[in-house]
Design a binder for this molecule. Structure first.
Ligand code: AMP
Ligand code: ZN
Length: 113
């Protein structure tokens, strides 16, 4: 998607602070961190939101969760971490390219914050 912020980040047209990359996904630090560690993991295929996950593209989602587990281990996130996906306007989704927030380094409350 030519007008998608995260597609532009994947292509390197907009700078980002890279955490990890492979042929299926890209991870980078959130520009407005909500925890001491806060990065986003996105598929290299444009999927608008969690509502658009299908049997054809869900391999990206499973792969992303494998990568999250690997990065959490590598980064020593042993106290726990939170993975968040906001889907749709009322859930707070502001960028319409599916992304998983990975946050750690502080205690989190539930269901918010
Ligand atoms: P959401 O509100 O769930 O759609 O999350 C979008 C996230 O993208 C927010 O946490 C923003 O801080 C983050 N964000 C927006 N623009 C950038 C950018 N250029 N680089 C890194 N993170 C960004
Ligand atoms: Zn996109």
């Amino acid at each position: 998607m030519s007008d998608c912020l995260f597609c532009k980040i994947i292509k390197g047209e907009i700078p980002s602070s890279k955490v990890y990359e492979d042929d299926m996904c890209y991870a980078f630090n959130d520009i407005s961190p909500q925890a001491p560690t806060h990065f986003l993991v996105i598929p290299k295929e444009h999927i608008s939101s969690a509502a658009e996950i299908t049997a054809e593209n869900s391999v990206y989602v499973s792969h992303i969760f494998e990568v999250i587990a690997k990065l959490a281990a590598e980064k020593g996130m042993t106290d726990g971490f939170r993975v968040v996906n906001n889907c749709g306007e009322s859930a707070g989704q502001t960028v319409h390219h599916i992304h998983f927030h990975v946050m750690s380094g502080r205690a989190f409350t539930w269901p918010a914050g």
